[in-house]
Design a protein around this ligand. Structure first.
Ligand code: ADP
Length: 397
């Protein structure tokens, strides 16, 4: 089956055309600056690449049109007509408690997606716009599927998802831990079971998705039982620019001292905090490592805080699950930064983690990076959310 995977943002749209039989990426690219001055990129193996500026894209509908035009283009295209696209899979950020798995989109689902908007006011409207743009351009007969970032974590028990707040905030306002990166955690957990040659139902896994945004999930028997992100993706670990967990009492204190309103405060927590805020150098781990290696103490502190944060979650989730069979590293930092992986795993020997430094000296490839005699296996697994979305879409379309 040929599935077009769409990840729509407010002014951008990432796309991939995948063959779910061979699991091959036929073409992929990015529409950026939608509604501004339209930038379009397209890449397909063995075909001329497109990298165009000033493409007319007043809305997401024109962006989808540009994608389809590139896909069927006689020179660079990979299909002969739009009819070859069997289905479209959309990444949708928030599915609330309504969606515990991926769904085929119909009128009822669209209405429910609208209801989820208050929970993800920045992301869900863009996802909805992407879905509407596809219906408009491709017609109502092409099946569309929504795959949610939150869905995998819907198996968390109340003890993990309830906040210690007045209970009516959960009942009336839906305030609870939802968790994000669910598609990534689900994908790597399944791959881990495949790599270990064991049924996922028998495994206790800790999945560390460490990128610009980072989250950790405890996956027991194939089900998410806890995760570090919360009501929003601001919770948990210190990230590139997000603070992660902190004492809520700090907010009132800082807002008073600096005359900030809540919007300004939350913007600081989302955009100026995390390893960027602590280091004052960058949100990118490559820049931080370079700065640390040149003796920058705050860059070193930011990196150490990140390592320490991940380590604490690993300990906590091993305790929550009553053990751990494997720890998975994925996403930008997890897949590429051998030093960070080593620093996280070192000191965990007491719980049966023993790294193989040579095996760990690798980037972006599936590998077992723990020593042969390590009781807890450590795995590097590049994430592939697009493939997961495509496979769900093929199943439901
Ligand atoms: P996002 O959360 O935006 O999807 P990614 O998973 O793509 O992020 O991760 C991006 C981050 O990965 C970058 O900010 C960078 O810090 C980190 N990264 C990428 N390559 C390397 C590398 N070789 N060494 C260390 N960090 C890296």
């Amino acid at each position: 089956m040929k599935v077009l995977v769409i990840n729509a943002g407010s002014s951008s749209l990432k796309y991939q055309l995948l063959d779910t039989g061979s699991r091959e990426v036929l073409a992929k690219g990015l529409c950026e600056r939608i509604g501004i001055d339209g930038k379009f990129t397209y890449k397909a193996p063995g075909k001329p690449t497109v990298d165009a500026a000033d493409v007319t894209m007043p809305t997401h509908a024109e962006a989808i049109q540009a994608v389809l035009a590139a896909l069927v283009n006689p020179e660079g295209g990979v299909i002969s007509s739009m009819g070859e696209i069997d289905a479209v899979g959309h990444r949708v950020v928030h599915g609330a408690e309504t969606f515990a798995c991926s769904v085929r989109i119909d009128g009822k689902v669209m209405a429910s997606l609208e209801e989820c908007v208050p929970l993800a006011p920045l992301h869900n409207p863009a996802n909805i716009t992407g879905i509407k743009a596809c219906s408009k351009v491709m017609g109502p007969d092409v099946p569309q599927v929504a795959v949610f970032d939150t869905a995998f974590h819907q198996t968390m028990p109340p003890v993990a998802y309830t906040y210690p707040l007045p209970y009516e905030y959960y009942e009336q306002d839906k305030v609870r831990r939802y968790g994000f990166h669910g598609t990534s955690h689900r994908y790597v957990a399944q791959r881990a079971a495949d790599m270990l040659g064991k049924p996922i139902e028998t495994l206790k896994l800790i999945s560390c998705h460490l990128g610009n945004g980072s989250s950790i999930a405890a996956v027991s028997g194939g089900k998410s039982v806890d995760t570090s992100m919360g009501f929003t993706p601001l919770a948990g670990l210190p990230m590139g620019t997000r603070s992660g967990d902190l004492d809520a009492g700090i907010l009132e204190y800082l807002m008073g001292r600096h005359g900030m309103d809540i919007k300004e405060m939350v913007s600081v927590l989302n955009k100026k905090s995390g390893v960027l805020g602590v280091s004052g150098v960058s949100s990118d781990f490559r820049d931080l490592c370079a700065a640390r290696d040149q003796g920058n103490a705050r860059a070193a502190l930011a990196l150490d805080m990140f390592t320490y944060g991940v380590k604490k979650y690993i300990g906590a989730y091993a305790a929550a699950m009553g053990g751990v069979d494997a720890i998975i590293f994925t996403a930008g930092v997890g897949e590429n930064d051998a030093q960070q992986r080593m620093a996280i795993a070192s000191g965990l020997e007491f719980m049966g983690v023993k790294m193989d430094p040579d095996a760990n000296n690798i980037r972006g490839k599936e590998a077992i990076i723990s020593a042969i005699d390590s009781k807890v296996k450590v795995l590097l697994i590049p994430t592939n959310e697009e493939l997961m979305i495509a496979l769900d879409t093929a199943e439901l379309a």
